[in-house]
Design a protein around this ligand. Structure first.
Ligand code: C5J
Length: 224
């Protein structure tokens, strides 16, 4: 087992049963000029975690551990996008509309793609998900079962929406979850802080959190 100094108490994982899930590091959420910024969000907050996500990817790639990327998006005909998702609120742009990086959150459009800094490499899984959670209407559960995964490390955006939704379902499915604090972000600082506190509450009710440096130190100490 590799034991990481984490909150609310140390997180231990078997290196042959761990996978990394990088949630929705897509151009439309993260890059200036994308959907997220068009909605009035400060994407500089999300840009700031790019080195953290890249560093985390390196730990998993260097050790040959499975990496799974997710992308939130929909079919061009929007048949997998319920009106409740597309029409809610009064945004300047809706899913499927023509945005600055192509049609917003539509498969294959430039904004739907993963940012260059976190781009998947050969052998890594890329899961297209129509919902906020990565298990709903996807093959994620089957992929994890095929790899014999019991422990999940999480990164990506946004902490309180797609990351937290996925972690909560992973927790219900019996996975032990660690969220890397400097590899996840929200457009709202207080939402990130609250989501992390909720995850750790009541003795890790959803999982653990730790900075990337603590994971790197644990891996170096136990595998070097
Ligand atoms: C949102 C996400 N916030 N990836 N998507 O709509 O968290």
């Amino acid at each position: 087992m590799i034991t990481v100094d984490a909150a609310p108490f140390p997180y231990a994982f078997p290196p042959d049963r761990v996978a990394l899930i990088v949630i929705d590091m897509q151009r439309d959420f993260v890059e200036p000029g994308g959907f997220g910024e068009t909605l009035g969000n400060d994407v500089a907050r999300l840009q700031a975690i790019l080195p953290g996500v890249a560093g985390l990817l390196k730990v998993f790639r260097d050790n040959g551990w499975p990496v799974i990327h997710t992308r939130e998006g929909h079919r061009p005909d929007l048949s997998d996008c319920p009106p409740a998702k597309r029409l809610r609120g009064e945004p300047t742009l809706r899913i499927g509309d023509a945005g600055p990086m192509g049609r917003v959150l539509i498969h294959g459009e430039p904004g739907h793609g993963i940012v260059e800094e976190c781009a998947p490499v050969d052998g890594e899984h890329v899961i297209d998900k129509p919902g906020k959670g990565a298990f709903y209407a996807t093959e994620l559960g089957d992929i994890l079962a095929r790899h014999g995964i019991t422990h999940l490390v999480f990164a990506g955006v946004t902490t309180e929406v797609c990351v937290q939704t996925t972690m909560r379902e992973a927790n219900d499915r019996g996975f032990e979850n660690l969220l890397i604090e400097d590899a996840t972000e929200s457009y709202f600082a207080e939402f990130k802080a609250a989501a992390m506190a909720m995850i750790r509450a009541q003795g890790a009710i959803v999982g653990w959190t730790a900075p990337l440096a603590n994971l790197q130190a644990a891996v170096t100490r136990e595998l070097a």
